[in-house]
Design a protein around this ligand. Structure first.
Ligand code: COA
Length: 190
């Protein structure tokens, strides 16, 4: 399967805006309407490639399937890790894109940043994301009790992680395209 991560382009902004204002399109993480101009401002600022967080688009074939994200966090206030996230459009779910995109993002972050730990959280009812993370080489660490207010009440979350020394998943027989060890498209020159 052909899955590639690439930088955000201006013509991706309508997709970001749809996730901000279409109820439920983003999945269980829908928590009300958001400022639809925020993605426009953020793109103008740094193209969603900041020091402490970022986003890349998920491409399959010639189509844009969704996006992946990462943001920094710290347990001890000194040592940083990344927390990753993903949102695919409904028509691209359940086709093997999600686990590959998260495996590619993890490989990209381990290659280009010195973190030892990458974590991801999900919801107890999000079986697709739980399986997707496990296929991407993540392990369940435990239940984080009462960690998020969602759909009208406080809820538990599941925390997963992959450490730099953990085995990477087999991505297949060369079917995931990219640029060698960094399976992410180079930005197009203007
Ligand atoms: C969660 C998400 C990223 C998973 O990606 P995906 O492309 O749909 O999942 P994949 O096709 O890579 O499947 C990975 C595994 O999950 C299983 N799976 C996929 N959808 C499933 C579902 N709805 N229920 C149960 N298992 C499911 C697949 O069968 C596969 O496991 P298998 O190889 O053992 O068969 C994607 O569905 C999505 O973007 N959902 C909406 C946003 C979201 O929930 N993001 C995560 C928030 S924490």
């Amino acid at each position: 399967m052909d899955v590639v991560l690439r930088p955000v382009r201006e013509d991706d902004l309508p997709l970001f805006q749809r996730f901000s204002i279409e109820p439920g399109l983003i999945g269980l993480d829908w928590n009300g309407f958001r400022d639809a101009q925020a993605p426009v401002r953020r793109f103008a600022e740094d193209g969603f490639l900041g020091k402490d967080d970022g986003r890349l688009m998920v491409r399959t074939g010639s189509e844009t399937a969704g996006l992946v994200s990462w943001r920094t966090g710290s347990f001890d206030g000194r040592t940083t890790y990344w927390e990753i996230g993903i949102a695919l459009l409904p028509e691209y779910r359940g086709r093997g894109i999600g686990w590959r995109a998260q495996a590619l993002l993890t490989a990209y972050l381990f290659e280009h940043t010195a973190v030892y730990r990458i974590q991801a959280s999900t919801h107890p009812e999000n079986v697709a994301e739980q399986k997707s993370l496990e296929k991407a080489g993540f392990r369940l660490e435990g239940v984080i009790r009462g960690c998020e207010f969602r759909a009208g009440r406080m809820r538990d979350g599941y925390l997963y992680s992959r450490l730099r020394d953990d085995p990477a998943p087999e991505l297949g027989n060369g079917s995931v395209t990219g640029s060698g060890t960094a399976p992410v498209e180079e930005p197009l020159a203007d």
